[in-house]
Design a protein around this ligand. Structure first.
Ligand code: FES
Length: 110
């Protein structure tokens, strides 16, 4: 099990939280399972960027982003080096600290 710490976010997680999650689980699924209603407009197929998150600790333990994820991240709001798409990033076994961006941008293509 990995311990996932989510930093406070005014709407999605006002006081912050932490929970355990199985390695191999996407961070998006782990957040949703633990009642954090992260957006996932494309239903988790790397086609929107609404599940954009920042990995503040433990990023090296995650799977590397593939080309689809990199392409979608280019269009996300507030991208930085710590950015990942939560539907693509899979828990690797280490503990993680996750920050949810203040805004999202839905560029899902129909
Ligand atoms: S849910 Fe759309 S990119 Fe992750």
């Amino acid at each position: 099990m990995s311990r996932i710490t989510v930093l406070p976010h005014p709407h999605l997680c006002p006081t912050g939280t932490s929970f355990d999650a199985l390695p191999g689980t996407s961070i998006c699924d782990a957040l949703l399972t633990n009642h954090i209603a992260i957006e996932h407009a494309c239903e988790k197929v790397a086609a929107c960027s609404t599940c954009h998150i920042y990995i503040r600790e433990g990023a090296a333990s995650l799977n590397a982003p593939d080309d689809d994820e990199e392409d979608q991240l280019d269009d996300a709001w507030g991208v930085e080096a710590a950015s990942r798409l939560a539907c693509c990033a899979r828990i690797g076994g280490a503990d993680l600290t996750v920050e949810l961006p203040m805004h999202t941008r839905n560029l899902a293509r129909e």
